[in-house]
Design a protein around this ligand. Sequence first.
Ligand SMILES: Cc1cc2nc3c(=O)[nH]c(=O)nc-3n(C[C@H](O)[C@H](O)[C@H](O)COP(=O)(O)OP(=O)(O)OC[C@H]3O[C@@H](n4cnc5c(N)ncnc54)[C@H](O)[C@@H]3O)c2cc1C
Length: 500
Amino acid sequence: MAPAPDVVLIGGGIMSAHLGAMLKRLDPRLAIEVYESAPELAAESSAGWHNAGTGHAGLCELNYTPPPATPGAPVDVAKALEIFARFELSRQFWSYAVAHGLAPAPTGWIRAVPHLSFVRGEAAVAFLRARHAALAAHPFFRAMDFTADRTVLRRWAPLLVDGRTDREPLAATKVDAGTDVNFGLLARHLLEWLGAQENCRVFTGHRVTGLRRLASAWELTVRQLDSGENRTVRTPFVFVGAGGGTLPLLQAARLPVARGLGAFPIAGQWLVCENPAVVARHFAKAYGPPPPDSGALGGPHLDVRQLDGKRALLFGPFATWTTKFLHRTGRATDLPASLRPDNLATLLRTGLRQHVLVRFLVREATQSMENRLRALRRFYPEAQAADWRLADAGIRVQALKAADAGRLYFGTEVVTAPDHSLAALLGASPGASVAADIALRIIRCCFPDRLRTPDGHARMKAMLPSFDVDLTAPGAAAAYAPHSARVDALLGLDSGVSPP
Ligand SMILES: Cc1cc2nc3c(=O)[nH]c(=O)nc-3n(C[C@H](O)[C@H](O)[C@H](O)COP(=O)(O)OP(=O)(O)OC[C@H]3O[C@@H](n4cnc5c(N)ncnc54)[C@H](O)[C@@H]3O)c2cc1C
């Protein structure tokens, strides 16, 4: 039997990739094993086509700054500031990864793409103006531009303006320093680096089918899917980074935190356009407001993406029904199999309390292609049906907690075993963009000793220069600016927007 690894990471997505790479750089002696059930790494939510690739930094997502309850009241930008600071940690770690050979030069997995928020109608324009004033007062968002002038907006994003015959007020904000990230590619780079390190191994085609607590270790049952062979792996620490596969593993582990925990999958779809004549006319991520009854699912957006070596436009996501927890390797029985006497009431209460969202999902899932095109034309009035096809996005598995009487968790939350020998991730938003912050939270909680030594502190400081600084505190952002410029240079983002 091979020696027991110090750490086992379940799942080969962006979260395990960050935690594994960060832990190994923090303590090079650690033996780390990764088990991924799919034949290739990062093929679920982290895969390029399965998410929007937006580096969420609060630059364009209107759901982080809800309109105030009283018209004219100041717009609350606290959430946008928080997301910006968390994304900055990811940018820091990625620049460190490039500088130290954990990931190649960033051509192909990150690039600068302007982030736009786009609204229509008088009230929405007034809100966007107020939101811009509130955000641009902070150093994070000083470079944000606002326009309600169609000529300027046409320069920023012609598809949003051409063909509009009405006089409806339009407005947008723009930040050139937005990013488009292929999280799947980045995860693969980091995991390939990890797998090549001493005492570390990364397995694909290996599903973890059992997880149980022994006196001083976790015991995992791992099935090699090709041969059907089972083996047992023991380890003092497990990270369940299994995306949609997390709940069944937490249930298997019988953790107190899993009692009453339910899960509700929402699959996504994109409209995709690869017509070069259309694609060449849009170089931005343009986010609209979330529909009023969509919970915190976020608004639709029209994005330029670079996927499989080709430039394409993606519009969506549209929500759709599924009972699968994973896109590639999930089964229709995933949802029913997750039901337990202790979580049935949680699901029923959620269904009752979230009836507006449920109605929204039913409407979304049953809509015709013509309705989807109608939604697209509210962004891009001249869209032609022949240019667009429907493609699958990933599945978000929302966590449902017993204690909160039907509240849906749209955030990303780290849960741990009482003795911190296991950590897991629930939820999917803001998701991949905050992977470095998630890894840091897990390290702080489960490996605090590693950070207390002068060597550990220095190593973490090298990976995340602002890990012990609150960047949202007054004065901190200005002091941090030179670091940010260095990060831009290493990530190739300093030359600004560069449409191919
Ligand atoms: C439509 C959509 C749009 C999104 N857009 C964005 C965006 O623009 N920006 C952003 O930052 N985030 C976005 N997200 C969220 C982001 O994609 C996810 O938060 C992130 O990819 C989750 O990474 P992960 O590593 O936790 O999970 P995953 O990438 O799903 O990886 C989990 C892995 O675990 C494996 N696995 C599961 N069960 C087992 C098991 N039992 N044994 C072994 N392996 C197992 C799976 O095969 C999978 O490869 C979006 C998500 C969706 C669905």
